[in-house]
Write a protein that binds this ligand. Structure first.
Ligand SMILES: [Mg+2]
Length: 376
């Protein structure tokens, strides 16, 4: 592996990117609100990556995006590059089905075992699941032989998190570390002198485990809120763990309701944030802890491009969120051949795009933030 200088994901994707709210960063494309009727999506619903409606939205956006630069080219084929077989594989199959595209997907990771690529049939498409990111160039060289040309009638979807940046198995822990740092900063700021770093870390590590996903809905906003309430001393970790294991506490909503009944005990420092979260959860907002997500944005961008250009490779992979050179290279090649490139991210918009105040100070969206490209 080598360092390939500084760049940004926008080098190959431009602003053809959507974050979790499905509002394209390129203002020429319609926001979700403007296409609900066309994709049969009820008011107020933002589909998640694994839902069929997500596939309809993305297929629609791909056609709209293609019409901007090649109005005569109809998209017929889809290539999807991601890092998780289940989530990305399902999104891929749904986009193929919604758009009636022929599809091939590359699911990458770096793993310690000997190089291997497994083929998995998924819906009408096919996944190439590889344990080396470098295998994406072999995937590319197979396309021609499979009657799968990459041209103006081909759309390329590139997953952002742990694919285009923070490659899974290579650099993804830096993305996770930024998120945990943001939870910690948020809780610490709200608790002030009551904050106990050791107790916080113990609570976060315990409740972040799969065993508690049913309780936390595997939702980092919920988890951050629970850690905040535990840190306040209103509840202790052990009884909460026992209640979840014993089935007495089965959902985050139940926990939130119980805290709400004792909200008077929270004190002036935590009451406003508690009330805000209760309100947003009732409205169905899946990312109700806004302060945490704003901190996640800064914790993420401050880990992009912050190291010197002559920093050793190991330091970059350990401390910086870097661009996956293999993905960048193949993306640039495909764009050269005329394909439409489009980026997807599951990260909430608040954690991905700067506030107006930060934008005025020069902060950029995650896909526009410069960092080093690293790969083989
Ligand atoms: Mg991903």
């Amino acid at each position: 592996m080598k360092v390939f200088g500084r760049t940004a994901v926008s080098e190959f994707l431009g602003d053809m990117v959507v974050y979790r709210n499905l509002v394209p960063c390129d203002p020429r494309l319609p926001p979700l609100a403007a296409m609900r009727a066309e994709v049969s999506l009820p008011e107020g619903v933002i589909p998640r990556k694994s839902e069929p409606a997500y596939g309809r939205v993305i297929a629609h956006l791909l056609r709209e995006a293609r019409a901007l630069d090649h109005p005569s080219a109809e998209i017929e084929r889809l290539i999807y590059v991601g890092d998780t077989q289940l989530n990305d594989g399902t999104a891929f199959a749904n986009v193929c089905q919604a758009g009636r595209f022929r599809g091939l997907a590359f699911i990458g990771a770096d793993r310690p075992d000997p190089p291997k690529t497994t083929i998995v049939e998924k819906g009408d498409g096919r996944l190439y699941v590889a344990n080396r990111w470098s295998a994406v160039s072999q995937f590319d060289s197979l396309l021609g032989a499979q009657g799968f040309p990459v041209d103006e009638r081909t759309a390329i979807i590139i997953d952002l998190d742990k694919t285009a940046i923070g490659a899974r198995g290579r650099n993804d822990h830096v993305i996770d570390r930024a998120r945990v740092a943001a939870v910690r900063q948020t809780v610490e700021k709200l608790l002030g002198s009551d904050f106990d770093a050791v107790r916080f870390q113990a609570a976060y590590d315990e409740l972040n485990q799969p065993e508690f996903h049913a309780f936390t809905a595997d939702n980092q906003d919920y988890l951050a809120y629970i850690c905040l309430i535990l840190g306040s001393g209103l509840y202790d970790l052990d009884p909460v763990v026992d209640d979840v294991r014993g089935g007495r506490l089965s959902s985050f909503q139940q926990f939130l309701g119980e805290v709400d009944e004792r909200a008077g005990e929270l004190g002036d420092g935590l009451r406003p944030i508690h009330d805000q979260i209760v309100g947003l959860v009732r409205q169905g907002d899946p990312t109700p802890f806004k302060a945490f997500r704003y901190n996640e944005y800064t914790a993420t961008v401050e880990r992009m491009g912050q190291l010197d250009d002559d920093a050793p490779l190991e330091d970059l992979l350990e401390g910086e969120i870097v661009i996956t050179q293999e993905v960048r290279e193949v993306a640039l090649k495909w764009r050269e051949r005329g394909a439409l490139l489009f980026g997807l991210s599951d990260k909430p918009d608040e954690a991905s795009v700067p506030s107006d105040a930060l934008a005025a100070r020069g902060f950029r969206a995650i896909h526009q933030a410069e960092t080093h490209a690293v790969g083989g």
